[in-house]
Design a protein around this ligand. Sequence first.
Ligand code: WTA
Length: 632
Amino acid sequence: MKYKINNLEQYEEQYQEALSKPKEFWNKIAQEFSWSKKWTEVCEFDMINAEFSWFKNAKTNITENCIDRHLKDKGSQTALIFEPNAPKDKAEHISYNELHKRVCKMANALLALDVKKGDRVAIYLPMIPELSIVVLACARIGAIHSVIFAGFSSSALAARINDASCKIVVTADGGFRGNKTIDLKSIVDEALKDCPCVQHVIVAERTKTEVKMHPSRDNYLNDLLQNASEVHEAEPMDAEDPLFILYTSGSTGKPKGMVHTVGGYMVYTAYTFKNVFAYEQGDVYWCTADIGWITGHSYILYGPLLNGATSILFEGVPTFPNPGRFWDVVDKFGVNQFYTAPTAIRALAKESLEYVERYKLSSLKVIGSVGEPINEEAWQWYHKNIGKGNCPIVDTWWQTETGGILISPIPHVSPQIPTYATTPLPGIQPILMDNSGAEIKESEGEGRLCIKYPWPSIARTIWGDHKRYKETYFSAYPGYYFTGDGARRNKDEMYRITGRVDDVIIVSGHNLGTAPIEDAINEHDEIAESAIVGFPHDIKGNALYGFVTTKSDIKDEEQLKKDINALISAKIGPIAKLDKIQFTSGLPKTRSGKIMRRILRKIAEGNLSDFGDISTLLNPEVVKQIKDGRDA
Ligand code: WTA
């Protein structure tokens, strides 16, 4: 396999080449793919105005590279293994040949509903094979997929559908998650009361829950597939045509629809999958994420399929029917690479070790972590009990915005340091900025993490709002991409990510903006004002603490707390519920009226004395009251 990094010299060589001659480097990597027309320019960019193009004027279709390209040699090899929620239900093995047929059929079904190149398709599905197939079918016909995690509420769904004016929504009657059934179709029905852009709804059948079908709008997927042909020629796409939109949280209430384009995303996810997971032909790879998040897009679907891999699609949850479920699946399929989130590791580490010891786990070669900083204890537990002390851990740092992994160890190549994401991959130039906005030049230091030079899968814009894209990522440090994360660099130039430095809080690996949660709470008639901060939590990493001021005296505090969480569930989803709520007579403010979140963060953490500089604090008496009434 070309460009596989097998030892430290090769890493150094590729890193140096990508640093000194980035265009030549990516030009060579991109040759591995099938393009119907080659590029005129490898890359053009303007880091001030946030404009990027990779493989300019080239034409390809990512599904030809994910599927068709492999048919000759690996048609009968398994592309996807679907492991259902209930262990008693049979797994489904989908070969590359079958995937090809099913994606083509789905592509024709979408075309029959008049979905055209460039149209947006919202996908609100559980982790069933149809989710992968619809995503790939959209890519095949050039429609832009917007997958919305099936845990979002109807109003969050509606906001995302409307933001991109989606023409079609693909959903299911319901979804299974552990011992719960979620009625997805009724959530869609509720959302669509406010979405005039939607012309058709496609309903896959999973739970056989009874659903209401709107005659002129709704279609069962099976009916559409019945008349659809298995033959479909992939639509030639420009390398810079949008491939998908994926929403992430930001510092205002409106979610940011990150836009990724075909060519650069394809090249970068394929290259990083191959190297970070040391994938070898015949291996079985499993990433436990949901396709509703970027990790699922890049490292369940696109990255693995581009490499002709076998990738597992898991419908269930780590603790159903018991906390041995992950390890059961690892042994069942002989998983070689396993990729999960620290929150899952911490939750399973809390359970009896007996759930791990029942299984051999001897097939594992590489184990990975993503989504939030992994603490030392969880790292050691994972290394010892799952990796049996001999599987490298790849602590992969990246973001929805970056499309692919930017900083990560390479198995058997980079040194392992617990809690460190270690070194940047070839093509990635991280730097740290100090508080004054100057670059920290010494090897050792701690600051805000920025990236100096673009890479192929950097998001191109925020859907419909390039100004916001530029302001969010390229204006804090003009000329650099600002990640929103803090990081520490040691004397060997290894990076450890310390966490978000903006208004995003990562709870159980989900990014949550404080502003949308505050907006949701403030809609309550009795609430005057609120401020949300994060505080450390043993399993979730962070949990949410809400400081809430009411307009008048509260009649029933417990009821109001319940109402607040119900409102958050309805507006965003249960993932954004608050662990602690404290009613306060006011919020600490600066003289200019800004909430001093720094003080609230300290109180939430239980640090009641060390508030730093409070010379601009307008209302010290409020701080005293809040300290006294802390929700411990
Ligand atoms: C955090 C997930 C520490 C980080 C791929 C980033 C991490 C945010 C790591 C992006 C890691 C991700 N160590 N923190 N290995 N990986 N993060 O967009 O704060 O869901 O900015 O993408 O997760 O989350 P997102």
